[in-house]
Design a protein around this ligand. Sequence first.
Ligand SMILES: [Zn+2]
Length: 68
Amino acid sequence: MTTAVPPINEPDPSALICPRDQVGPCALCGRKTHRYGRGGCPLCQWCAPPVMEQWGPDVHYISTRGKN
Ligand SMILES: [Zn+2]
């Protein structure tokens, strides 16, 4: 199974439909996403599923902010 992930300069679709003040960089890849969507998850739809699956005692975020 191959999941096509668009380049990180492509915003997450959720960023295009959510209120502008809720748009922010994904905590993992840095693409624009709906920061407060899906229960406050600060991840885009491509980063969130694997993280959610691994959700456990050792959850940590990698900050990629400040790249631009
Ligand atoms: Zn992401």
